[in-house]
Design a protein around this ligand. Structure first.
Ligand SMILES: [Zn+2]
Length: 328
């Protein structure tokens, strides 16, 4: 085990978080619980472990090493967050600041602009709270009893999320819009449990040493968009970050991030737009080499992981990391 550990420590570990909430089991929560990566206390313990046993880095430091042809330090690890939920500012940021650590926050800039909830998470909310008993979606060939308990509805919502991501972007948007209308639950209503951060919060985090990257504009699966719209998502998010933060973002993470979320055309667009690295949501570790530079694997952190599991996963990812069931 020791030898394996010493070998694997040369690989770059990129941890992937979504939400850190005060509690990992919030009562009456009607949004996607699979997006809760850790509780505040769990996250704090995880960061303490990284600081003690690994070498936490910033993306700009990693890029400087790569540019200079220097190997990364042993135990190099990066902490990333996807989407841009307000708990990143409220819960995770104070812990990072207290521990004098940095993290990369990949935000969908259109949501920061609008303050509107993320579409997939709103879909979970719709299914959990719909004032109806059945869900009919002929475009997916399904007609389901939604169930009576929140637990049953969560399971239905999770299955629906998997299914809807097989549609193209317009098909996904149409289905969500139809359910919002039929069930009279417009996204514009918003909800305190599903809020994006604001630009003021991101500026404060940026000034305090956090890195901010792109997660597209509207959190859309880039490979499922026509070329022109896909390019708008990539370039538009970069321009928004430049406009609001006054810096050129160097790194992007693909929304959803699985094998059907980006393709060679996406990678070419991201590279041409000036991004210097991009992260996928595929599980694993690896070094920044040409083959992976625009599809860096990451290690998803999920709320089911207890302390021992997290520490084992970071230490020996080859054995303990797994393909996330989450398609975000
Ligand atoms: Zn995402």
């Amino acid at each position: 085990m020791k030898r394996l550990r010493s070998v694997s420590r040369h690989d770059l570990r990129v941890l992937a978080y979504h939400r850190v909430l005060e509690s990992a089991e919030p009562v009456g929560f009607s949004f996607d619980t699979e997006l809760i990566s850790a509780s505040a206390e769990g996250f704090r313990q995880q960061m303490l472990f990284l600081r003690k046993h690994f070498h936490p880095m910033r993306f700009d430091e990693v890029l400087a090493c790569v540019d200079a042809g220097r190997p990364l330090p042993r135990g190099a690890v990066l902490v990333t967050f996807d989407d841009g939920y307000d708990d990143n500012y409220r819960v995770a940021f104070p812990i990072l600041r207290e521990l004098e650590m940095s993290a990369m926050f990949f935000v969908s800039t259109g949501h920061i602009d609008s303050g509107l909830p993320y579409a997939y998470d709103w879909l979970v909310h719709l299914v959990c709270m719909a004032p109806v008993e059945r869900l009919q979606a002929p475009e997916l060939g399904l007609d389901w009893d939604l169930g009576a308990t929140l637990g049953e509805r969560r399971a239905r919502a999770s299955a629906l999320l998997d299914r809807i991501k097989t549609l193209d972007d317009a098909g996904q948007a149409r289905l969500i819009a139809r359910l919002e209308e039929e069930w009279r639950m417009p996204r514009e209503n918003g909800h305190p449990d599903c809020r994006p951060m604001t630009w003021d919060q991101l500026r404060e985090m940026h000034h305090a040493g956090m890195e901010i990257g792109s997660h597209g504009v509207g959190h859309r699966m880039l490979a499922k968009l026509p070329l022109e719209e896909m390019a708008k998502e990539v370039i538009g998010s970069k321009q928004a970050l430049e406009r609001e933060l006054g810096v050129v973002p160097g790194v992007l993470s693909y929304p959803v991030g699985g094998p059907d979320a980006f393709d060679q055309e996406t990678v070419d667009t991201v590279r041409t737009a000036g991004f210097r690295l991009a992260c996928s949501y595929m599980a694993g570790t690896g070094n920044v080499v040409p083959a992976t530079r625009y599809a860096l694997p990451r290690l998803p952190v999920e709320r089911e992981m207890d302390r021992a599991w997290f520490e084992a996963m970071v230490t020996v990812p080859e054995v303990f990391c797994y393909a996330s069931k989450l398609r975000v």
